[in-house]
Write a protein that binds this ligand. Structure first.
Ligand SMILES: Cc1ncc(COP(=O)(O)O)c(C=O)c1O
Length: 424
């Protein structure tokens, strides 16, 4: 069982714990003679140098990785932490757990809260965005007759979680189309369509920060302001988290749900839910949380309990530390710059139709395109792959070719992708 001390819960998270708890230091000795692993042989990070940032990853250098955000490769500090913890667990799992769970459980809370600028007791850990969405949409306290408003543009995980909710207790889910053409979408069109679709019974608005089918980034703050006082706003934030420079304060939402294994390049199988205290009060956890143990005053924890892949979960602090060392603002600016360059290069190509808006206000790191109606799967697995470009296909109808320049991408690789797309 977890016996995480809750005494420091509620502190505003900061970077304090990160230096002290850096996984580059050997993990605390669990009282056994656990062998120490070899750490990845990577030069130290110079956060001001994008080449040095890229060098922290073990990604195949022969490939230009424009789908790295789909499922993360992690930087050396994260890989090292995973290796250290895994070695400890393999050597003596129970001792390693008991010797370290309080320390590392607290460290990841502090790291996540510091990154988001929120209190540590407002955060839960999951294994993915999908798990977080399932827990939130199936846990919210709703009465017969209450409605949820979602959109046509959300990922399967939102739509399925809401469908389960309807099946379970009949909650009505309405869907609205926010924009007619993603390329020319505007803030007024998006906010106007959403507000028009609210009914007096709407208690929850379920939206997605950056649409993975079109690359449109929603004006989340404007939506939250327009909905304020009428409904809770829940955000699938996975394609903004780690890619945009905004936390709950700037976004104004009630729940923010994300995986940490996309743009954050955190350990695979990790995720997060942040909620306002008033929003947590409106949710009944779906899976019992082990965070409640030893707590006289249970926090609003919906972190699913059961023993976890702690070697991955505890390495999360390193992912947050990596991003904070580079700077959330610098990462967002870099992603806008590279994807802006990509869109500019593609915009002049006759055979390519850009689906994603050009404006940085309405887009983030995802660039979707149509190449004269040709089959995107064939293009991604054929011509683009042969040109050394790793891209993806949007899992929506209609499907598009999807490219995402990120912190592991260089200007030269963007130009290479433009060249390859021009030849499609
Ligand atoms: C918008 C969106 N939400 C959620 C997911 C699923 O993320 P996770 O693997 O963290 O559940 C995806 C794609 O994988 C996505 O595009």
């Amino acid at each position: 069982m977890r016996n995480t001390s809750l005494t420091r819960r509620g502190l505003l998270g900061g970077a304090v714990a990160l230096t002290a708890l850096s996984a580059c230091d050997p993990a605390p000795d669990p009282g056994t003679s656990a062998p120490r692993p070899n750490l990845a042989d990577v030069p130290p990070l110079d956060p001001k140098d994008w080449g040095s940032v890229r060098a922290q990853f073990a990604l195949d250098p022969a490939v230009a990785h424009f789908a790295a955000f789909v499922f993360a490769s992690s930087p050396a500090s994260v890989r090292n932490a995973i290796t250290i913890h895994r070695t400890g667990f393999d050597h003596n799992p129970v001792e390693y757990l008991h010797a370290n769970e309080a320390r590392y459980g607290e460290a990841i809370r502090m790291a996540a809260a510091g990154y988001l600028g929120v209190r540590t007791d407002e955060i839960c850990f999951t294994n993915s965005t999908t798990m977080g969405l399932g827990l939130v949409y199936n846990g919210l306290k709703l009465k017969p007759g209450d409605e949820i408003l979602t959109t046509e543009h959300d990922f399967y995980s939102t739509h399925e979680s809401l469908r389960f909710r309807t099946e379970r207790d009949g909650v009505k889910v309405n869907r609205v189309r926010l924009y007619a053409d993603p390329a020319t979408a505007s803030v007024d069109e998006i906010v106007g369509n959403l507000v028009k679709a609210l009914t007096p019974a709407t208690k929850v608005v379920a939206i997605t920060w950056v649409h993975s089918g079109t690359g449109v980034k929603l004006p989340v703050r404007q939506i939250a302001d327009a909905v304020a006082g009428r409904a809770l706003v829940c955000l699938d934030s996975v394609h903004g988290f780690g890619a945009q420079d905004a936390g709950p304060d700037q976004l104004g939402v009630d729940f923010l749900v994300s995986g940490c294994h996309k743009w954050l390049f955190g350990p695979r199988g990790t995720g997060i839910i942040w909620g306002k205290p008033s929003a947590w009060a409106q949710l009944t956890p779906v899976i019992p949380s082990f965070d409640f143990f030893n707590s006289p005053n249970p926090p609003h924890s919906a972190s699913p309990g059961g023993y976890h892949a702690y070697e991955h979960e505890w390495a999360l602090s390193e992912a947050f530390a990596f991003h904070r060392a580079i700077g959330r603002d610098r990462i967002a600016a870099r992603i806008h710059e590279l994807n802006g360059r990509l869109k500019e290069g593609l915009a002049g190509t006759k055979s390519i139709r850009l689906i994603t808006p050009r404006s940085a206000d309405l887009s983030a790191g995802i660039v979707c395109l149509d190449a004269g109606g040709r089959n995107p799967t064939m293009l991604v697995n054929g011509q683009l792959k042969a040109a050394g470009i790793s891209a993806s296909v949007t899992p929506y109808s209609p499907p598009y070719v999807r490219l995402g320049a990120s912190i592991v991408t260089s200007e030269a690789e963007v130009d290479k992708a433009i060249e390859a797309c021009r030849k499609l």
